[in-house]
Design a protein around this ligand. Structure first.
Ligand code: ARG
Length: 469
C-alpha cells in the first residue's frame, strides 16, 4: 500500500485510535509553518537527488519526486494547495500530496530523514535568506541617514546629554551615530550567519542515519558551508534562531531610539523636523494634529521583538536532549520578528529620507552656554588646570545669568575679575563653527572628522552591496 488513506497519519502504524480533533488542532503547526514550503521543497529535492546518487532511490524515482515537488510549488503558489490541519505540519502536508501524486516513489522520499532534522534544515534555509534581506534593508536605512547628513553638512544643532543642551554638534555627526549603530547590527548579522549556515540533514531523528547517505552532497547542493557535527545537538538546539533574534532585538533597540528622536524632533517643543504629510497621520478629533505614527509604532514594535527573544530562550532552557515538541514554538516568534523588521526598516528609511529639517529651529535652540566647555578649554590653553578653569567658567555662567545677559555680553573686566588669564581674544570663541572644528579628534564632530565618517560609512555599505549582489 503506497497511497495514504485519508486521515491516516504517517506515524499511524502503532495507533489504534484516530487523533482527537482537539489534539490535532492543538498540536498542528501548519497554519504558520506553511511559509516554509519553498525551503522544505528545496531541501527535499536535494535529499532525493542524494538518495539516488547513493543508490537508495532509482534515478527514475528521484526524477518523479523532483517533478512532483516542482508541481507542488506551483499548486501552493497558485493557491490550489489544500492546507489540511490533519496534515499537522508543512512537512507532512507536502509529503502527503507528493505520495498522492507520484505514489510509491513519493513514499520513499523520507528515507534516511526525520522531521526533526528536516525542520531544522528548513528553518536554517529560511533564516539564511531573511538575514540577507534584513541586512540589505538596514543598508537602505543607513543610506537614508547618510543622505540627510550629506544634504546638511554645515547644519549645527545642540548636542544633548540627559536631554539637556550640552555642546554644539553637527547634525551630520548626530545622524552618523545611528549609521554606526546600524553598521554593528549588520556586522552582528553577518557573524550570526556563519552559525546559521550549517547543514543538519543526516542527523535523523536524533542519532544519525543508518543508511549509506552522503551529507556533503546535500550540503553542496544547498550551498551550506559546513555540516553539523553532533546529531543530538543538531536536532535539538535552536541557538542559531536565538542569536539571530538577539541581533534583531538589538537592531530594534537602535531603531527605537531613532524613532524616539523623530517623535521628539517632530514635536512643537523641538520642531527640528517636519514630517511630510504622506508620513504622518491626523487625529479624528483634533483638526490641528499631525502625528509621527510610524516612529511611535517602531518604538512600540520593539516590545514584540524583545518578547520573541525571551520567549524562545524560555522554550529552550529546560529541555532535555534531544528533540522535544516544545521546539515547534520557535517559529511564530521568529516569523513575527522577521515580518516586523521587513516593514519597520523600509518605513523608517522613507520617513527619514522624506523628513524636512528645520535649521531655523535648530539655531533657535542654540545658546551661548553650549560654549562653556570651550571657554574652559581657552583657559586650559593658557596653562590653567582644567578643574580650576571649570570653576571659573561656572562663576561666569552664574554672573551672566544673574545679569540676564549672554556670556559674550559680559565685559572683559568681568572675565578678568574671575581670572587674569582672560584676554580680548576670548570673544573669538563665541562662534559655533570654531567650537565644532576645534573637536578635530578622530570620531569628533569637526567638519573634517564627519567627512571621514561619511566616506568610511559609504565605503563599507558599497562594499557590502557589491559582495552580496
Ligand atoms: N512540526 C514540528 C516542528 O516544528 C516538526 C518536527 C516534529 N517531529 C516530531 N517528531 N513530532 O518542530
Amino acid at each position: 500500500m503506497t497511497a495514504r488513506r485519508k486521515g491516516h497519519k504517517p506515524w499511524g502504524g502503532r495507533f489504534a485510535q484516530a487523533t482527537d480533533p482537539l489534539v490535532e488542532t492543538y498540536t498542528a503547526s501548519i497554519q504558520f509553518d506553511r511559509r516554509l514550503y519553498r525551503y522544505d521543497i528545496q531541501g527535499s529535492i536535494a535529499h532525493a537527488r542524494m538518495l539516488a546518487k547513493c543508490g537508495l532511490l532509482a534515478k527514475a524515482e528521484a526524477d518523479k519526486i523532483v517533478t512532483g515537488l516542482h508541481e507542488i510549488v506551483g499548486e501552493i503558489e497558485r493557491g490550489e494547495f489544500r492546507f489540511d490541519p490533519s496534515s499537522e505540519d508543512i512537512h507532512m502536508a507536502i509529503e502527503g500530496r507528493l505520495i498522492e501524486k507520484v505514489g510509491e516513489a513519493g513514499a520513499k522520499l523520507h528515507t534516511g530523514r526525520s522531521r526533526n532534522d528536516q525542520v531544522v534544515l528548513d528553518l536554517r534555509l529560511y533564516l539564511r535568506e531573511q538575514i540577507g534581506l534584513v541586512r540589505r534593508l538596514v543598508a537602505g536605512l543607513q543610506r537614508a541617514l547618510i543622505g540627510q547628513a550629506k544634504s546638511h553638512l554645515d547644519l549645527i544643532m545642540p548636542g544633548y546629554t540627559h536631554l539637556q543642551r550640552a555642546q554644539p554638534v553637527l547634525l551630520a555627526h548626530h545622524l552618523m551615530a545611528y549609521v554606526e549603530m546600524l553598521e554593528r547590527d549588520r556586522a552582528r548579522l553577518t557573524d550570526v550567519l556563519v552559525r546559521v549556515n550549517v547543514m543538519p540533514l543526516g542527523s535523523g531523528a536524533l542519532s544519525g542515519v543508518g543508511l549509506p547517505i552522503d551529507r556533503r552532497f546535500v550540503a553542496r547542493a544547498l550551498q551550506f558551508r559546513t555540516l553539523s557535527t553532533n546529531s543530538l545537538d543538531a536536532v535539538s538546539d535552536r541557538d542559531f534562531v536565538i542569536e539571530s533574534l538577539a541581533a534583531f532585538a538589538l537592531l530594534m533597540a537602535h531603531l527605537s531610539r531613532l524613532a524616539e528622536e523623530i517623535v521628539l524632533w517632530a514635536s512643537s517643543e523641538f520642531g527640528f523636523i517636519e514630517l511630510p504629510d504622506a508620513f504622518a497621520t491626523g487625529s479624528s478629533m483634533m483638526p490641528q494634529k499631525k502625528n509621527p505614527d510610524v516612529a511611535e509604532l517602531t518604538r512600540a514594535k520593539t516590545g514584540r521583538v524583545f518578547g520573541a527573544l525571551v520567549a524562545l530562550l524560555t522554550v529552550v532552557k529546560g529541555l532535555p536532549l534531544s528533540y522535544n515538541r516544545d521546539l515547534q514554538e520557535d517559529k511564530e516568534p521568529l516569523f513575527d520578528t522577521i515580518d516586523t523588521l521587513l516593514l519597520t526598516l523600509p518605513a523608517m528609511a522613507r520617513a527619514l529620507a522624506t523628513a524636512e529639517l528645520r535649521p531655523e529651529r535648530m539655531s533657535e535652540a542654540m545658546n551661548e552656554q553650549l560654549l562653556a566647555t570651550d571657554l574652559a578649554d581657552y583657559l586650559v590653553r593658557r596653562g590653567v588646570p582644567f578643574r580650576a578653569s571649570h570653576e571659573v567658567v561656572g562663576r561666569l555662567v552664574r554672573r551672566s545669568e544673574a545679569r540676564g545677559v549672554a556670556l559674550s555680553e559680559l565685559t572683559l573686566d568681568a572675565y578678568r575679575d574671575e581670572h587674569e588669564a582672560f584676554d580680548e581674544d576670548v570673544f573669538v570663541i563665541f562662534d559655533w563653527r570654531t567650537s565644532i572644528d576645534a573637536r578635530d579628534v578622530a570620531g569628533g564632530t569637526s567638519g573634517r572628522s564627519v567627512d571621514v565618517q561619511l566616506a568610511e560609512a559609504r565605503g563599507r555599505i558599497d562594499t557590502a552591496r557589491s559582495l552580496l549582489g
